[in-house]
Design a binder for this molecule. Sequence first.
Ligand code: NOJ
Length: 532
Amino acid sequence: MGDWLKNAVFYEIYPQSFYDTNEDGIGDINGITAKLDYIKGLGCNAIWINPCYDSPMKDAGYDVRDYKKVASRYGTNEDLYRLFGEAHKRDMHILLDLVPGHTSEEHEWFLKSQKQDPNEFSGRYIWSTHAFWGSHDYPYIGGESERNGVYFLNFFKCQPALNYGWLNPKEDWQDGIDSPNAIATREAMKDVMRFWLDHGCDGFRVDMAASLVKNDDEEKTGTSKIWQDIRKMLDEDYPEARMVAEWSDPPRAIRAGYHMDFVLNHPGHGYSKLARDYYNHPEDNKDMDKFFTGQTGEDPCLTDHSYFRKDDGADITAFLKDYQEMYDKTKGKGYISLLTCNHDTTRPRFNMTPRELSLYYSFLFTMPGVPFMYYGDEIGMRYLNLPTKEGGYGRTGSRTPMQWKKGKNLGFSDASPSDIYLPVDWRDDAPTVEEEEKDPSSLLNTVRSVLKLRADNEDLQSDGSFESLYAKEGQRPFAYKRGGFIIVINPSGQEETVPVDASGRKVVWQIGNGQAEGSSVKAGPQSFIVFA
Ligand code: NOJ
């Protein structure tokens, strides 16, 4: 695949919390533009911005009221166009967040759809034909609309589901996926995509990508058809545009037309059928929970034994089994996206030390595929225990303002501290960019250094080959080969002898101590060693 994803490393920005340039206490688009050089300097050459559109913000912007308008609190469309231009000047790319499965209940389409008189938007959402008839499969709301029927939800109550049809319609009010209503919805979403692509955006992160067609089968046959059709539009008219799915099933997402898909580790416990549909039956992913942190802080069900924890971490084998299967199925067709965490999960600092994090990130950034880093993870920002804000609930603590430097609002905003979007980390030792820049061994500088290693060596980038060399049940070390490189990780607190032959090779990058000894590698406590 000859494209810009070959060496892409993404930075995810939650716009309300990144950098405030107009002193209103909330981050803005111009704040992202102002920090482009910082992001590029980290080694990230691409950005995913969470929804920045006009919205009542009942789900922090995932409840879109106008797909084509930047929320005034973030600035104007012109600001965003300027950001695209400034990014391109620096050879960077920007993905917006596309929310195709639902809108806000305040979207003009929905306001018209709920009217009694038939109109262009009557079939844009999923409605039954009687105010007392719903379905056991999906949540719905009755008694709120002019028209006689209930409407179906895609997530929160404020997010009515757009109508892409049902795989096998059973009721007369259920449309098929090739029905005029379903096609009109799909075309409307394509129009939204075209609008932003025409203005210079480079593609989309797609929210709940697997959720479009209702009662879809396990293969997501119906939803896949829709994405394949959309991919055709991109290939024909926007061949440089790229899409990453929030699907968490790379083989299926890539078959459906995606260029890349996240491997998410949302907790499965207590999820409704609705949420399981969207997050690809997360109970199947429970092994992943052991290797990447990511459960929300309020979930008491999970005890973290992620691989990188020094004292109580598990071995890598269960992760590797899943990963290898996904990798083999997608190699050469699309990319797996591993991520430090995202705006829906607990920050990894919640249960990992900075040293553990440095091993974790070094692993993520030397794996194949296209990695993503959530803003602030590069300095080890904490998960803060906070009351819910804009539908965040347990996710709110991962959405706090970026910590740039000591002093007022940690450099995020010049507004009064009582006016900022969410409180900043109040502890004296809250990490900041400014301080970590001065410390050569800081997490920030480790991230920069490992990303430079990746940038300088094609073998370590998206397409470089991957082969596991050592992974054993009950053993903590893990060794793998990326093209001409051999990488050995020892997350434990003891020195380990790893039966991997690196004789005659040079150590070109490392955390902790390690060296080749005969046909083995001696890997010091909490070490990460790259041999060339
Ligand atoms: C997934 C998004 O990442 C999350 O933040 C949002 O609440 C839901 N989808 C609904 O759009």
